[in-house]
Design a protein around this ligand. Structure first.
Ligand SMILES: Nc1ncnc2c1ncn2[C@@H]1O[C@H](COP(=O)(O)OP(=O)(O)OP(=O)(O)O)[C@@H](O)[C@H]1O
Length: 430
């Protein structure tokens, strides 16, 4: 009896110990697994530039930063159903954009980088830093980001009506009727407001550096919102330009003066804006490659050549019979001024806004500074003729390099060797 009791006690203790050991092992396994996961997430966060980004954001005093959410990978996966292919909105140079839904019901656009490439990470981080400083109705908002995933992920407000490039040149359902004159005029005004704000209303001016219709999105009310700030730059107030040894931008929209001097100014954005206006007026694509030996077709050049003599002929046939001619003329003239060969002769965004607003309202402000009245036609005619000739030369130079100028490619060099301003993220920091 005594022996049986001792044996039972002994086995009870052994079982208890066994259970304890199994429990301990299970707990240890869970602990190590969680620890490894955490370490991996921390490594990814670091590799994706998270520490730098945190440093940049916390050093800023403005309260907008507080609204920027750092999402966990779980939240992002849930929002996009594990980056389901059904949710793809589109693909760009930087990565794939998915439609997602946050736990609070907000619909978002989730941009996932293509690969873990230092330059792309730099572009992503740059976009976060720039966009968190901005709050404007005509600029796409950023809600947050996630850097603990394999590749960096950015979360933006969802813009439901596509971009202006698709509207003008794509096979959009009802695109012909949707792209009416009123909408084009509003797009021109909204984009001007966005650029005017970037150039002069924020603490330090920001040059967008990739103004094009593909980067102008349309919200639920068809109001335009400027997007894609991967290559944009914050300029210190005392600087007038940004020197980039390698020219970056999109063919057809690229300022020829910047192409030659490598100095990017606010007027380089103005030039690209001029191309957008020409595109809105003519419905033509800004840059079309032709079979050799022909030069690529550049809208800016053709527009400058034709707008004075035969404006009505070059207007997009889809709007020709249904547009406000006074507005068309104003837009065409502004476009022409923006496309001036010399940056210093191009108008500022604020003067363009004034002009567009003046024409847009029924009671024009007679005191406003009218850029159109100061337009010296004769001087310009000669200049534009030179511009057309020279642009062809530039064309040859840029296309002989076989590839049109690639913004993304040159980004790293751009960042590393920007001399006029401190780069936001010097390359060696990655
Ligand atoms: N906030 C958004 N809401 C809805 N759709 C979006 C949003 N941002 C981007 N998209 C869509 O996702 C697609 C890819 O956009 P993205 O900005 O990555 O590339 P892109 O501007 O077309 O090209 P690139 O970055 O090379 O200039 C585009 O078709 C765009 O219309």
């Amino acid at each position: 009896m005594y022996i049986a009791l001792v044996f039972a006690g002994f086995s009870g203790v052994s079982i208890g110990l066994g259970v304890l050991l199994v429990g301990l092992r299970f707990w240890l396994y869970k602990y190590v697994k969680r620890h490894r996961k955490l370490r991996l997430r921390r490594q990814l966060f670091k590799r994706n530039g998270g520490l730098l980004l945190q440093q940049q954001l916390t050093s800023r005093e403005d309260r907008s930063v507080e609204k920027t959410v750092i999402f966990t990978s779980k939240e992002i996966e849930k929002a996009t159903e594990n980056f389901s292919s059904d949710r793809i909105l589109g693909q760009g140079g930087q990565g794939t954009v998915y439609k997602g839904m946050l736990p609070d019901g907000r619909i978002v656009a989730v941009k996932k980088a293509k690969a873990v490439d230092k330059d792309q990470v730099a572009e992503f981080i740059n976009e976060v830093v720039v966009l968190t400083q901005i709050n404007h109705r005509n600029i796409v908002s950023i809600f947050g980001f996630c850097l603990e995933t394999e590749v960096p992920v950015l979360v933006y407000e969802y813009i439901p009506n596509g971009n202006v490039f698709e509207l003008l040149h794509g096979d959009v359902e009802g695109g012909h009727t949707a792209a009416n004159w009123e909408l084009r005029w509003d797009i021109a005004k909204d984009t001007a407001h966005a650029l005017g704000y970037l150039h002069s209303s924020v603490t330090c001016p920001i040059y967008h550096k990739d103004v094009k219709t593909a980067n102008i999105m349309l919200d639920h009310k068809h109001r335009a919102k400027l997007a894609d700030f991967g290559t944009s730059r914050v300029i210190s107030v005392d600087d007038t330009h940004l020197t980039t040894p390698v020219v970056s931008g999109t063919p057809g929209y690229l300022d020829p003066e910047y192409h030659q001097s490598s100095q990017y100014t606010d007027r380089s954005d103005v030039y690209s804006y001029g191309v957008v206006l020409a595109e809105l007026l003519t419905g033509e694509e800004p840059y079309i490659l032709q079979p050799p030996p022909q030069h690529p077709k550049k809208l800016a050049i053709n527009f400058l050549r034709d707008m004075k003599e035969k404006l009505l002929d070059i207007i997009d046939p889809r709007i020709r019979d249904d547009c406000a001619l006074d507005q068309v003329k104003v837009m065409a003239k502004i476009a022409r001024l923006c496309l001036n060969r010399k940056g210093e002769k191009r108008p500022t965004m604020s003067s363009i806004i004034m002009e567009l607003e003046r024409i847009g309202s029924s009671h024009g402000d007679s005191q406003a500074h009218h850029i159109l009245e100061t337009d010296d036609d004769e001087d310009d005619d000669e200049e534009q003729a030179v511009q057309v000739r020279e642009s062809f030369n530039i064309d040859v130079a840029s296309t002989s390099a076989t590839q049109p100028v690639q913004g993304r490619e040159s980004f790293n060099i751009d960042v590393a060797s920007t001399s006029a301003t401190q780069p936001m993220f010097p390359r060696q920091t990655y």
